[in-house]
Design a protein around this ligand. Sequence first.
Ligand SMILES: Cc1cc2nc3c(=O)[nH]c(=O)nc-3n(C[C@H](O)[C@H](O)[C@H](O)COP(=O)(O)O)c2cc1C
Length: 186
Amino acid sequence: MAKPLIVGFGGTTRPGSSGERMVAAVLAATEQLGAETRLFGGAALAAMPHFAPENPGRTVEQIEFVEAVRAADGIVIGSPGYHGGVSGLVKNAIDLLEDLRTDARVYFDGRAVGLIVTAAGWQAGGVTLSALRSITHAMRGWPTPLGIAINTIAQKPFDADGRLVDADIIAQVNAQAAQVMALARR
Ligand SMILES: Cc1cc2nc3c(=O)[nH]c(=O)nc-3n(C[C@H](O)[C@H](O)[C@H](O)COP(=O)(O)O)c2cc1C
């Protein structure tokens, strides 16, 4: 049987951003559970122009991203909390998924979507996670019961080499990966 494909995207333009690392961590945990994965991190998202619905032209990067999400059996999204909400970089990628509007399996239909927020404070973590859940509902997806909100100042989840070292957060990563995979296997 083919391995389920889990596609993750997110993070910021900063190389090694906490959001990108968290998405990568959940993807790695799904690999442990038998998935194949594809990550679109901050650099890949920054390579995509501002979505313009009136313009049917697409860059190679945009096509690759849309095709990956179209083929996905599960999705993971990581956004920083920027001014109390989803960052423009991540929202631009989500807006491009309007290209899935006329698919038989529209947008995120039938797929579990693991959601992660990294922010410098607790409040932005909560409200941005709530915004990502609303977006996922609007796009017919199934937000996993466990959303992950990290306070990167208070929690310091990574060591100097960028490895996830906080045991509580590792447990959340594994739980979210299992929830994404539960629907992907159906
Ligand atoms: C433009 C901008 C707006 C931000 N707004 C908030 C905010 O409203 N609340 C908050 O807790 N952190 C805010 N932050 C901090 C980021 O959420 C934080 O740095 C996050 O962990 C992203 O870091 P990363 O580059 O490691 O992914 C903001 C950062 C920037 C650059």
